[in-house]
Write a new protein. Structure first.
Length: 481
C-alpha cells in the first residue's frame, strides 16, 4: 500500500531527515539531479535544445539552480530567470555555484520548455508580485515541468487563481496530498516521485491499490451459503425520490452480501414490487425485528429532510448494534436537527457526504471544507466517533485517526445517482463483515473502478448510474488480474 502526505507532514519528514545527519544541501543536490534528469529526458523527447528555469528565492528555487547547473555540466543549454530579492541560505549557496546566465527581467526570446521552481509547499496564500508574473509566464511555453508541485497549488489540491499548469511534475521525496486531490490532478500533469532519501515522519494517508482491495475478495469456500455473507438492509421508511433507493439496492446486490433487503413504506413499497426480484422486499411498519437484526442498514437516499426521519435515525442509533450507513438526506436531516445525536449510539456509523452535505454538518462554508478536506474530515470523525467518506473527485476516508485517499474514479461519475450506487455497495460490503473504515475504502475503490470501466466503454458524458452498477462485478474481477 502506498501513502501520501500533507505539506506539513512533508516538512516534518524533511526536517527529520536533516536531524538524522543528511545536510540540507545534500538533499537539494539530490532533488536538483532528479529534476535535471527529467528535464534532459523531456528535451530529448521533444527535441528542444534549451530550457528556462524560473526560480524563486526559497528551496524550491534552489532545486532549480542545481538542476540548471547540472544540465550545463552535461553540455545542455539552460538559463535561469530569477526575480527574487531574498533567498534562503541553501538557495543562495547553490545560486552562487551556478555559472550560467541568470536573467533578472523577463527575456524577450521565447523558451519552448520552462521549468517551474518558483514556489514550494510553504505557500499559504495566492501568489502575488514577482511569483505571480513568473507563473503567468509559463503560459507561453509549449511544455512545463514543475519541481515538487506546480506553483500556486495549495494544501489539499486547491489551485490559486494564478497557478502553473504543468505537463509533468517531479515531486521530491514523498507523494503529496495536494497533487492528488481537487485541482491537483488537473494542474500537475504526469507525476513522478523522486527518491532523494527522505523517509516519512508521519503516518500519511493510505493510497489503496488493486492488491489491497483484492485481499477482501478471497476465493469462496465450496461449503458455504447465503447466510455466510451477511444481510444488508436498504431502509426507506421515508422516500421523496424513489429512484435513489432502487439504485442503492441494485448496487448492494453486486456487493457480495448474502441478502439485500429493501424495507419500504407506502407508496414506495407498492411501486417496488417486482422491480428487483433478487432483493427481499419488506413493508415497513415499525423499527425492530428483521430490520435490527440486519448486519448493515443504509438510509437517507432520496428520503427528503424531515423530523420523522430524524426520529428514526435517533431510534436506530440507540437500539441498533450493527453498522449504520447514513447518506444524502439522512445527513441533511442530522445537519438540520442536530449532530449531537451521533454521539450517543450503540452501533458503528459511516457517513458519506459530498462537500456541501459535509459543510452543513460541520457548520462551515464549503470553500473552507475543500481547503482543509483531510483535517476537517478527521476532526469530525474523531469528535462524533464515526467513519467519514468525504466524496469529491478524490474521496477522503477517515475514522479520526487513519486517513485514506481514494484514487479510482472518473469525471463520468459526476452525475445524479452515483452517490446512491456507492452507498448501496458500501452497505453490502459492511454486511459481509468488512470493518467500517476498510469497507469505506474498499467500496470507494471498487465503485471508482466500475466508473472507469463504464467511462472507457461509453465515454465520460454518457455514463449513467445504472451503467456503473452493471460494471461492479467486472471491477471486482479486475482486481485479481
Amino acid at each position: 500500500m502506498k501513502h501520501s502526505y500533507s505539506n506539513l507532514e512533508m516538512r516534518l519528514s524533511d526536517a527529520a531527515c536533516i536531524e538524522r545527519g543528511t545536510h540540507s544541501l545534500v538533499l537539494m543536490e539530490r532533488a536538483g539531479e532528479a529534476l535535471a534528469n527529467a528535464v534532459e529526458a523531456a528535451m530529448e523527447r521533444l527535441r528542444i535544445s534549451d530550457a528556462l528555469f524560473l526560480c524563486g528565492g526559497g528551496n524550491n528555487g534552489g532545486d532549480g539552480f542545481v538542476a540548471a547547473r547540472l544540465l550545463k555540466e552535461r553540455g545542455k543549454e539552460a538559463a535561469v530567470l530569477c526575480l527574487a530579492e531574498k533567498f534562503s541560505p541553501d538557495c543562495a549557496e547553490v545560486k552562487r555555484r551556478f555559472q550560467g546566465e541568470i536573467f533578472n527581467r523577463i527575456p524577450r526570446r521565447r523558451y519552448a520548455l520552462m521549468v517551474d521552481c518558483i514556489l514550494g509547499t510553504g505557500i499559504t496564500r495566492a501568489p502575488e508580485g514577482a511569483a505571480m508574473h513568473l507563473i503567468q509566464l509559463t503560459k507561453q511555453a509549449d511544455y512545463v515541468i514543475s519541481a515538487d508541485l506546480p506553483s500556486g497549488l495549495m494544501e489539499n489540491g486547491i489551485a490559486a487563481k494564478v497557478c502553473v499548469r504543468a505537463d509533468e511534475t517531479v515531486t521530491m521525496g514523498l507523494m503529496k496530498n495536494c497533487l492528488l486531490m481537487a485541482d491537483g490532478p488537473d494542474v500537475s500533469g504526469k507525476v513522478t516521485v523522486a527518491n532523494i532519501g527522505i523517509g516519512p515522519a508521519a503516518a500519511g494517508a493510505f493510497l489503496w491499490e488493486d492488491r489491497d482491495a483484492a485481499l477482501f475478495y478471497p476465493k469462496k469456500k465450496s461449503n458455504t451459503h447465503k447466510g455466510s455473507f451477511g444481510r444488508a438492509c436498504l431502509f426507506a421508511a421515508e422516500a421523496e425520490y424513489t429512484g435513489a433507493v432502487f439504485l442503492s439496492a441494485s448496487s448492494c446486490l453486486r456487493s457480495g452480501a448474502g441478502y439485500t433487503e429493501l424495507v419500504a413504506a407506502e407508496p414506495l413499497y407498492s411501486s417496488a414490487v417486482g422491480k428487483l426480484p433478487s432483493a427481499v422486499l419488506r413493508r415497513f411498519e415499525a423499527l425492530g425485528g428483521e430490520i435490527l437484526s440486519s448486519d448493515c442498514i443504509a438510509l437517507g437516499m432520496g428520503a427528503g429532510v424531515s423530523d420523522r426521519l430524524y426520529a428514526q435515525i435517533a431510534e436506530l442509533l440507540e437500539a441498533y448494534t450493527g453498522t449504520l450507513v447514513i447518506d444524502a438526506d439522512g445527513l441533511n436531516t442530522i445537519a438540520k436537527y442536530g449532530c449531537e445525536v451521533l454521539k450517543e449510539k450503540t452501533c458503528r456509523v459511516v457517513i458519506t457526504p459530498h462537500p456541501k452535505e459535509f459543510a452543513r454538518l460541520a457548520g462551515k462554508p464549503v470553500g473552507e471544507v475543500l481547503e482543509n478536506a483531510v483535517e476537517e474530515a478527521k476532526t469530525f470523525a474523531k469528535e462524533y466517533g464515526v467513519v467519514v467518506a468525504l466524496k469529491n473527485n478524490r474521496t477522503v476516508i477517515t475514522d479520526g485517526e487513519r486517513v485514506a485517499i481514494n484514487l479510482t474514479g472518473t469525471p463520468a461519475l459526476a452525475k445524479g445517482g452515483s452517490g446512491d450506487v456507492l452507498t448501496g455497495f458500501l452497505a453490502g460490503t459492511c454486511a459481509r463483515g468488512v470493518a467500517p473504515f476498510e469497507a469505506a475504502c474498499l467500496a470507494s475503490y471498487v465503485f471508482g473502478r466500475a466508473g472507469e470501466l463504464a467511462s472507457d466503454a461509453l465515454g465520460e458524458y454518457s455514463v449513467t448510474a445504472e451503467d456503473v452498477v452493471a460494471r461492479l462485478g467486472e471491477a471486482i474481477k479486475s482486481l485479481s488480474k
